[in-house]
Design a protein around this ligand. Structure first.
Ligand code: B12
Length: 210
């Protein structure tokens, strides 16, 4: 049903994509379903970029459309906010990587599920994660990365957390486009989440809420 939204996003028809997203939300399609459609569209945009059919401006346009749809959805997720007390989650995009749309979706959903989230932003060096853990004392640290080079940044960040003597104090989850179970092993994180909801489920498990 939301296929027309996927198509509009893929074809870079900004006005149409925004109008479709609004229409579907008004018709009662869940924010999660809209997000799934966005992810599907981004997959296709990414493939076109890899094939040389699309270029950087297309990625930028895709990012812009996604941001606008995210801001349409955020208030709705806030409305559904649960009262459950969750615990603290620190999250950021690792060094060398500036992608943040997926991370921001994870944040919406964590907050909607009652977690107290601190976002340290994009392109964050390992030391910034360490400092933030010291200040915020989260139970969970989430690292986002969409570039292949983010794997090494994630690994270095886990090592820095270990070196600071904080490794046992936190559970570490990683996520973002190309991240897989194998990368979890490579980086020595505790878990990998394929999507934002999987990340929320992990946090709930770790904090004994499921
Ligand atoms: C939009 C986009 C951009 C935008 C980003 C805007 C922004 N504010 O984020 C801009 C234009 C800035 C951009 C730049 C670049 N991009 Co780009 N980009 C994309 C694109 C099309 C969509 C990304 C996206 O937002 N997806 C939608 C979100 C919702 O999905 P997601 O991030 O995976 O998040 C979901 C889950 O993974 C999970 N999740 C995400 N993070 C986390 C974290 C945790 C802890 C958890 C639990 C879960 C979780 O939850 C989310 C919701 O379920 C992808 C293509 C693709 N297939 O992803 C390329 C892509 C990621 N980009 C790519 C590239 C190459 C670049 C550039 C290097 C291009 C260039 N030549 O300059 C630069 C990189 C700059 C940098 N240093 O980071 C490549 C990466 C290839 C690789 N393997 O390294 C991709 C895969 C395109 C491709 N197929 O070639 N990009």
């Amino acid at each position: 049903m939301t296929e027309s939204l996927v198509q509009a996003l893929v074809e870079m028809k900004e006005a149409e994509a925004l109008q479709k997203a609004r229409q579907f939300l008004d018709e009662g399609v869940t924010p999660l379903k809209i997000l799934e459609s966005c992810s599907r569209a981004m997959e296709i945009v990414g493939q076109r970029f890899e094939k040389g059919v699309y270029f950087l401006p297309h990625l930028m346009m895709a990012g812009e459309m996604l941001k606008q749809i995210s801001s349409m959805i955020t208030p709705l997720i806030q409305e559904q906010k649960s009262d459950a007390k969750g615990g603290r989650v620190l999250i950021g995009t690792v060094e060398g990587d500036i992608h943040d749309i997926g991370k921001n979706i994870v944040i919406f959903l964590l907050e909607a599920n009652g977690f107290d989230v601190r976002d340290i932003g994009i392109n964050q060096k390992p030391v910034k994660f360490v400092e933030a853990i010291q200040n915020f004392q989260p139970q969970v640290v989430g690292m986002s990365g969409l570039l292949t080079l983010a794997f090494d940044s994630m690994k270095k960040t886990v090592q820095a957390i270990e070196a600071a003597g904080l490794r046992k104090a936190v559970q570490i989850m990683i996520g973002g486009g190309v991240v897989t179970e194998k990368i979890k092993d490579y980086t020595a994180a505790d878990a990998y989440a394929a999507d934002a909801m999987a990340g929320v489920r992990l946090c709930k498990q770790w904090m004994g809420r499921e």
